[in-house]
Design a protein around this ligand. Structure first.
Ligand code: SF4
Length: 248
């Protein structure tokens, strides 16, 4: 299967079987999504969604969040991973939005990554989800799943993975493909134990191809294993006989 065919089949499967796919983070405007994505680094969306309603209620705008300090924000997000750093990032990000961006979330990746706590992945999520740009945010799920399926080859880091994916995925499908790959990694192609047998794209997956080839190989060498074990048994019997002869 060529790479183009693999992409075509995988995307067509997701299109037919998943269709609409969106972020599982809850938000009402670009600022809330930005806060939620910053909080979601190394943390589950579920946990973030439990934390953000009160934070959004009390600090609904960049101006409101910039007017407080990180100790206060920490008290809202203490149950989230890395709360100290994230609290500092949120206050810093809100201040920069107020001072440099007229309290508006920018839509450009190069501007977004200037904000404290915003790396390339977060910037791509905002550009894609809020501003409909064909940017591919590569998180741990996207990175792992793309590599396993064979959508990427020898991608050493998220940037290489991103570049390979956007080369083959049509622009109008990039945003949905990002969510498809995340959801697939979260619920089917799990990091430790991928659920290959119930996976709808196993027919197009390189990892599954290799797994199958391995199993076929193991099956085909099994008879030899039996022969060897019989041989050993015989050898043992012969050795006993020989030993008996010697002692008599
Ligand atoms: S077949 Fe297995 S490894 Fe491949 S995408 Fe599906 S779950 Fe992941």
């Amino acid at each position: 299967m060529t790479k183009e065919e693999r992409y075509k089949n995988v995307l067509s499967y997701f299109e037919t079987n998943v269709g609409l796919a969106e972020t599982e983070l809850k938000y009402n405007n670009p600022f809330e999504l930005l806060v939620a994505v910053i909080l979601s680094a190394q943390c589950t969306d579920k946990r973030v969604n439990l934390t953000t309603p009160k934070l959004f209620k009390d600090y609904p705008t960049p101006v409101a969040m910039a007017s407080t300090n990180s100790d206060v924000i920490f008290s809202y997000i203490r149950s989230i991973s890395y709360p100290n750093n994230k609290a500092k990032h949120l206050v810093g990000m809100a201040n920069m939005l107020v001072n440099d961006f007229n309290s508006q979330v920018p839509g450009n990746v190069d501007e977004l990554i200037k904000l404290p706590g915003v790396g390339r992945k977060t910037a791509n999520v905002i550009a894609s989800v809020v501003f409909n740009k064909p940017t591919m945010a590569v998180d741990t799920h996207v990175f792992r799943v793309s590599n396993r399926i064979g959508l990427t080859t020898n991608a050493k880091n998220p940037l290489q993975c991103e570049m390979q994916l956007i080369k083959f995925i049509p622009e109008h499908e990039v945003t949905r493909a990002h969510h498809w790959l995340i959801l697939h990694g979260r619920y089917v192609c799990l990091a430790r134990t991928p659920k290959c047998n119930e996976c709808g794209i196993k027919a197009y997956c390189k990892y599954f191809e290799k797994l199958n080839a391995k199993q076929i190989k193991i099956k085909s060498v099994k008879p030899n294993v039996k022969l060897i074990s019989n041989g050993k048994k015989n050898k043992t019997k012969n050795s006993v006989k020989k030993a008996g002869k010697k002692s008599s």
